[in-house]
Design a protein around this ligand. Structure first.
Ligand code: ASP
Length: 328
């Protein structure tokens, strides 16, 4: 009898330890996936990306290390990346076929499954803030086009001319885009209270037409967070990410099939999707603080930090190609 009690206690302990938050806090960023041949190997080309990702990590760390909420960290990081013309989000966004800029963004909190998103907006300087405002100041989840621009202006968000999103480098950048480079941004975070959050912001796919909307602002496709499973942000060929409901799919595999986050993420990115049908990648954190960042493209700008509960050290890495290994 005594032995049985000890065995049951041991099993319960093991189950609890596997599902309890092992890491005090953690954060992962992506800066888009695509054909990044040679960027990681060329120090001059890679340097500004490393610097930007490093700064973004510092912004996230400042929030999480002070006990701030995951959602706040995600917004702060993405807002910074939207201001940075290196990435296809906010200033630096890619062009539509008409030569205009149409931006998509989403935020989701794992605590209560609240979410907000905007699609095809043209004048909001920080689309991620508009997504947050939809979540906090309206009874809706998703607003699109002129209505969303109007809502953001009514709410006092910073409004800019559509040409604000262009950069002096735009022409050169369009040439780069023709080679298939993407640069959407995304961030997922776990805070000290065990809350998960995910956010994504993008200019979409180059030459998009007819008000095309990608996966980023669609809750469950490009962005999802649930404190009972994971937080996920995707980048890549949005049409495939929508069809496979990638972000929710990962959470469902984790929650219902008990797949570890790395297995769930690999199954989706390398088996359900592939380089031709669903080129891209994702970043994810589970409720214990484990992370995954697979991609089936040649590269994906990415960065992470985490702090184990048992150690004072913060582990931090930035990478572009296969050289950056996901931590165990
Ligand atoms: N997923 C985005 C879209 O399809 C593009 C990207 O991540 O580069 O709009």
């Amino acid at each position: 009898m005594k032995k049985q009690v000890i065995l049951i206690f041991g099993l319960l302990c093991a189950a609890f330890c596997m599902s309890a938050q092992q890491r005090e806090y953690a954060l992962v960023i992506h800066g888009g996936a695509g054909v990044l041949d040679g960027v990681a190997q060329d120090a001059n080309r890679a340097a500004p990306y490393y610097a930007a990702l490093d700064s973004a990590l510092a912004i996230g760390d400042a929030v999480l290390s002070q006990g701030g909420e995951a959602g706040k960290a995600v917004i702060a990081v993405i807002r910074y990346l939207e201001d940075n013309p290196l990435f296809n989000a906010g200033k630096g966004a890619t062009l539509t076929a008409e030569g205009t800029f149409e931006l998509d963004a989403a935020i989701m909190l794992g605590k209560d499954l609240r979410a907000g998103s905007v699609a095809g907006v043209k004048t909001i300087k920080h689309p991620i803030e508009a997504a947050y405002t939809v979540m906090t100041k309206s009874e809706h989840v998703m607003l699109s086009g002129e209505g969303a621009d109007h809502f953001a202006s009514e709410q006092g968000l910073e409004i800019v001319d559509n040409l604000y999103f262009a950069t002096p480098r735009t022409l050169e950048w369009i040439e780069e885009l023709k080679k298939g480079k993407n640069g959407t941004v995304g961030c997922v975070a776990l805070d000290k209270q065990g809350n998960l959050a995910a956010g994504t912001s993008t200019g979409g796919m180059r030459n998009k037409r007819w008000g095309r909307v990608g996966d980023a602002p669609i809750i469950g496709a490009g962005t999802y967070a649930d404190n009972n499973s994971c937080a996920v942000s995707c980048t890549g060929h949005g049409e495939y990410f929508i069809r496979h409901a990638v972000a929710f799919n990962l959470c469902a595999r984790y929650k219902y099939l008990n797949e570890p986050i790395a297995t769930a993420a690999d199954n989706i990115i390398h088996k359900e999707l592939n380089t031709v049908e669903g080129n891209g990648g994702l970043i994810a954190i589970d409720k214990t603080g484990q992370i995954a960042m697979p991609f089936n493209s040649t590269g994906m700008f990415r960065a992470y930090f985490y702090k184990e509960k048992s150690s004072p050290t913060i582990i931090k890495q930035v990478g572009i190609g296969q050289e950056l290994i996901t931590p165990p």
